[in-house]
Structure formats: structure tokens, C-alpha cells
Design a protein around this ligand. Structure first.
Ligand SMILES: Nc1nc2c(ncn2[C@@H]2O[C@H](COP(=O)(O)OP(=O)(O)OP(=O)(O)O)[C@@H](O)[C@H]2O)c(=O)[nH]1
Ligand SMILES: [Zn+2]
Length: 344
């Protein structure tokens, strides 16, 4: 059974076992062990980091109740979305004593250009694009390649479908092409609530992040999904105007309503600026998932898939197994990498 198919409850159970292992492997320093075993703290529980402020974390317990936690000494580098072991103190706060292994980590370059995790355990990246502003030629492919490199499955969200012509237009056909490649796709509009049902289904039981260029409607969509949150349109953009966007940490928002497990969103302006900056040629090539059956079958081991005879990729394009526009897009992305690192 794939990990995506496990129910939330099953996953908590699996994690509990992992937690016990992690605990055994942990070496607490003696003083703290004394304090923790002296009954000053309650039993070990599983929780999830929903926000962090230095060494103070906001953790949700398994029921979703928020607890303000301190980090035990020698624990470091926890990010929003991390799953942790924590223990309650008498005053309603808590202490985080261990970090559980991460399924995935979404990383961004820090001020020194080093990749740092900004969110953990993200199950899917929702790449939002819109009828207006229309995506430039290979924008979607760039996002997809970047997503593939993180190992987090992407979903394509075409928003503002209220502006699409009756026949679905150019973008409708483009979306269909991606669906054929194997990507989940969904059409939304914030102009009516109808478009949101399918999106809600995709979000259920998973942790998702919205990415996409400015103006495509990420805030508007999130706003509809989280009507109670202080996440009004423009609020985040205002932050980015102040230039604080890369330092603002991410927050996890549980989607609630109807009493079912509806999933979580992780959002921050920094996370939305998700790019292709650090990828090499191999990562770009592997980021085109429909190339996979042909990779390794070129006549020359060091084939760069340009004009080489016996190139399996070029033959697949000829045979109609790879869409020529996707291949052209691949070439353009490689050319831009040669010109130096560039964000989306
Ligand atoms: N017609 C139409 N307009 C929409 C839709 N969704 C959002 N908009 C409008 O598009 C504009 C941009 O929406 P935002 O939600 O701010 O876009 P964003 O992706 O969050 O942009 P950034 O915050 O800059 O990243 C706003 O004027 C919205 O009202 C839609 O489904 N249809
Ligand atoms: Zn080749």
C-alpha cells in the first residue's frame, strides 16, 4: 500500500513506533533526564509543529489542541510540519524532547545561499497557475521540475476558470496534456464556490503547500479554504513589500469543517517563492517524468540529447511519445541553467 493511501490514524500509529525507536536512540543529558523522569513532565505524546518562534514552538497534539512548547537543549533545526515527541508541564506549556523522522522536507536557500528546510512532511505541492496572468511558455514545467527534485508530488491547479472561454481555451488543453503525463490536475475558480469541491477532496488527509507566481489567486483560494483564519488577501503581499518575506516562518493551518479529516495547509510568503535555483542538468532531465522510460537508452552514455545519433529521447519525440513542446521546454530550461542560476 502506498504511503498516500494510509489513513491519518494508521500513520500516527506507524509514527508512534518510530517515535519509540527514536527515543531509545536519543541520549538525554543527565540533568535533564533527572528532571524529565522526576515527574515534572507528563507522559510522552506525539505532536506536530505548526509554527516556531526561535526556540519556542507551537505544537498541536493529536487532537489539534495547541500547546506552547520549549525545545529541549540539543534539539535544533525543527521546522513547521515536523512531527515531534513532547511532554506536558504543569502550567499548560510543554517541552519537545525528540524529533520524528521526516518524510519530506521543502528547502529554500538562506541568506548565504545554503539550502535550509522551511517545512517538513509536506505531502503535495499545489502549483497554481491562472488564466490571468497567463503562465509564460515553460513556467509550469519549471515548477514541475522543481517539485520533482523535492520528492514531493505536485498537483496542477488551474485557477480563474471563470475567465476561460467555453471550449476551455489554450490552457484547458495544456492542463489536459499534463493530466495525460500523469499529474493530478484540478480546475478552480474563486468566483463561485463550486470549483472548490474537487480541490477540497485533493487536500483531504494530506499536508499541502500552495506555490505559484504572484496574482494567480493563491491567497484567494486559501482564504476560501480557511475562512476563519487571519489570512486575508493582500496580508501576505504586504509583508513581502516590507522585504520580510524570506524570513517570515511558515505556519500550518488545519482545514476543519464537517468533522472529517480535511488536511492541512502550510503557508508563508517565503514558501510560495519556490524555484529552480539549485538544480543541475541531471535533476532537470529527471524532472520530466515522461522521459523516465527512455533515460539510459541513448546510444552514447554521455548523450546530452541535442543532436546525437541514437538519442532515445529525440526518438521518443519523433515517435510522439514525448510532446515536442515539453522537450523544447526541457531544452530552454537547460539553456537557462547554463546561463547561470535563475529563480522562476
Ligand atoms: N476572475 C477571477 N479572479 C480571481 C480568482 N481568484 C483570484 N482572483 C483575483 O486575482 C487577484 C490576485 O489574487 P491573489 O489571491 O492575491 O493572488 P496570489 O496568488 O495570492 O498573489 P500573491 O499574494 O502576489 O502571491 C485578486 O484581484 C483576486 O481577486 C478567480 O478565480 N477568478
Ligand atoms: Zn539522448
Amino acid at each position: 500500500m502506498s504511503k498516500r493511501k494510509l489513513s491519518r490514524q494508521q500513520r500516527w500509529r506507524v509514527e508512534k513506533i518510530q517515535a519509540e525507536r527514536a527515543k531509545r536512540a536519543e541520549k538525554l543529558d543527565a540533568k535533564e533526564t533527572d528532571k524529565l523522569t522526576a515527574g515534572e513532565y507528563g507522559a510522552e505524546q506525539i505532536g506536530r509543529v505548526v509554527a516556531h518562534f526561535g526556540r519556542t514552538l507551537e505544537v498541536h497534539d493529536t487532537d489539534g489542541t495547541p500547546v506552547r512548547c520549549q525545545l529541549r537543549a540539543n534539539l535544533d533545526g525543527l521546522v513547521t510540519g515536523d512531527k515531534v515527541i513532547w511532554r506536558a508541564a504543569n502550567d499548560g506549556s510543554g517541552v519537545v524532547v525528540a524529533q520524528l523522522p521526516r518524510d519530506t522536507a521543502l528547502k529554500r536557500p538562506d541568506a548565504r545561499g545554503q539550502l535550509k528546510p522551511v517545512a517538513a512532511n509536506v505531502d503535495q505541492l499545489l502549483i497554481v497557475f491562472a488564466v490571468e496572468p497567463a503562465p509564460h511558455a515553460n513556467l509550469i514545467d519549471r515548477y514541475l521540475v522543481a517539485a520533482e527534485a523535492t520528492g514531493i508530488p505536485p498537483v496542477l491547479v488551474l485557477n480563474k476558470t471563470d475567465l476561460l472561454p467555453e471550449d476551455g481555451g489554450e490552457l484547458g488543453r495544456l492542463l489536459e496534456r499534463y493530466r495525460k503525463i500523469g499529474y493530478p490536475v484540478v480546475r478552480t475558480t474563486t468566483a463561485t464556490e463550486n470549483g472548490l469541491d474537487e480541490l477540497r477532496q485533493l487536500l483531504a488527509g494530506r499536508t499541502s503547500v500552495f506555490v505559484g507566481q504572484s496574482g494567480v489567486g493563491k491567497s484567494s483560494l486559501i482564504d476560501l479554504l480557511l475562512p476563519d483564519e487571519q489570512l486575508r488577501i493582500g496580508a501576505l503581499s504586504e509583508d513581502s513589500r516590507k522585504g520580510t518575506h524570506t524570513t517570515t516562518t511558515a505556519r500550518l493551518y488545519p482545514l476543519t469543517g464537517g468533522g472529517v479529516e480535511e488536511g492541512d495547509l502550510i503557508d508563508s510568503p517565503g514558501i510560495r517563492e519556490f524555484g529552480l535555483i539549485h538544480l543541475d542538468e541531471q535533476a532537470v532531465t529527471e524532472g520530466f517524468i515522461e522521459f523516465h522510460p527512455f533515460l539510459g537508452y541513448c546510444r552514447f552514455r554521455d548523450c546530452r540529447h541535442r543532436h546525437e545519433p541514437g538519442c532515445a529521447l529525440l526518438e521518443a519525440v519523433e515517435a510522439g511519445k514525448i510532446h515536442p513542446e515539453r522537450f523544447a521546454s526541457y531544452r530552454r530550461i537547460l539553456d537557462s541553467l547554463e546561463a547561470g542560476p535563475s529563480p522562476l
